[in-house]
Design a protein around this ligand. Structure first.
Ligand SMILES: [Zn+2]
Length: 66
């Protein structure tokens, strides 16, 4: 099962580097992977530190059946 979370589910007003609404989607096979992927994206693109917000990220995380 693939887990995925949309950036704009977490940061509703997030803008990407081009100034448009951010459509980034973090995907991974595990909770840890999706949290790590989104944390890196938030940090590098939005300058947001989501350390300690694992639960918040996972609440917005959905899964695809395999
Ligand atoms: Zn984003």
């Amino acid at each position: 099962m693939v887990r995925f979370v949309r950036c704009n589910a977490l940061l509703s007003l997030a803008l990407d580097s081009a100034g448009k609404g951010c459509r980034y989607i973090a995907k991974a096979d595990t909770d840890d992977g999706v949290v790590k992927d989104m944390s890196e994206h938030m940090n590098s693109v939005h300058g947001v530190d989501v350390n300690g917000q694992r639960e918040t990220i996972l609440l917005s995380t959905k899964t695809h059946g395999s």
